[in-house]
Design a protein around this ligand. Structure first.
Ligand code: MG
Length: 265
């Protein structure tokens, strides 16, 4: 999300149960979309499949129409960082990497999840970028819990990325999530010593590192949606919806708890 401000909203256990269904559904749909990511498929095809899979499960795509975004799925191929618009003209090629960022609404609750997927056989440097980004997210999630400073998330992401000489994107950050896709707090992927916020039980947040092989700087394409790396090098993105509970962090965007297929409403 783009940097912004609102208020902190804690969720009850029942609300987290509903968000688990929502976020898990996103994971299950991305599991299925990953199987479609092969050379020759268009990003439009992936978007259409995502919409169909929402209909099958009785959930609503979260991104379509939000802030005017025209599709269900945000795609980001190679040097694209986030928020690319699916297109019939964008054909995936062997060796590409593609970020799939997807969200759904279930009974009024949002779930948000992203992963970067390899297209065919991908060079070792890109594989490493993807793996390091995934690991940065895992390390950040593991550091979460009630009483932990929010900036520990950014510290963990930044440590893992900088050690490899990668750039951590600063222009887009993670966010709280609930009855709206983007709630307080903002969740930066870099360490900010001045950020005094503390994680609390009942918070649900999206942690979403965007890590570039080169510079952290990004620029916007003329469509005003697609962010790309300023130096044209590749970028990877992973995201989970995380509930902060008394027992620690729970990744809600895991497959296995989603809305059943072929439900009516
Ligand atoms: Mg997000």
């Amino acid at each position: 999300m783009k940097a912004r401000r609102s208020e902190l909203i804690l969720k009850s256990k029942r609300e987290i149960d509903l968000m688990r269904v929502s976020a898990s559904t996103v994971s299950e749909i991305l599991d299925e979309l990953e199987l479609l990511v092969v050379p020759g498929v268009t990003t439009f095809d992936l978007d259409a499949a995502a919409e169909t899979k929402c209909r099958e499960r009785g959930v609503t795509p979260a991104f379509k129409g939000l802030y005017g975004f025209p599709a269900c799925l945000c795609v980001a191929v190679n040097e694209e960082v986030v928020h690319g618009i699916p297109s019939k003209k964008r054909v995936l090629r062997d060796g590409d990497i593609i970020g799939l960022d997807f969200g759904v609404v279930y009974k009024g609750w949002y779930g948000d999840h992203a992963r970067t997927v390899l297209v065919g056989s991908v060079d070792a440097a890109s594989q490493k970028l993807v793996e390091v980004t995934r690991t940065c997210l895992e390390r950040a999630v593991a550091a979460c819990g009630p009483g932990v400073r929010l900036h520990e998330i950014g510290r963990k992401v930044e440590e893992g990325a900088v050690a490899q000489g990668y750039g951590v994107v600063r222009d887009f950050v993670g966010h709280g999530v609930g009855r709206r896709l983007h709630e307080d707090p903002q969740v930066p992927n870099y360490f900010d010593a001045h950020d005094r916020q503390v994680l609390k039980s009942g918070m649900v947040i999206c942690i979403e590192p965007m890590i570039n092989a080169g510079t952290h700087e990004v620029r916007m394409l003329a469509d005003d949606w697609t962010a790309v790396t300023a130096d044209g090098m590749r970028s990877a993105h992973f995201e989970h919806t995380i509930a902060i509970t008394d027992n620690g962090p729970e990744i809600l965007s895991r497959s296995g708890f989603g809305a059943a297929k072929a439900v009516a409403g």
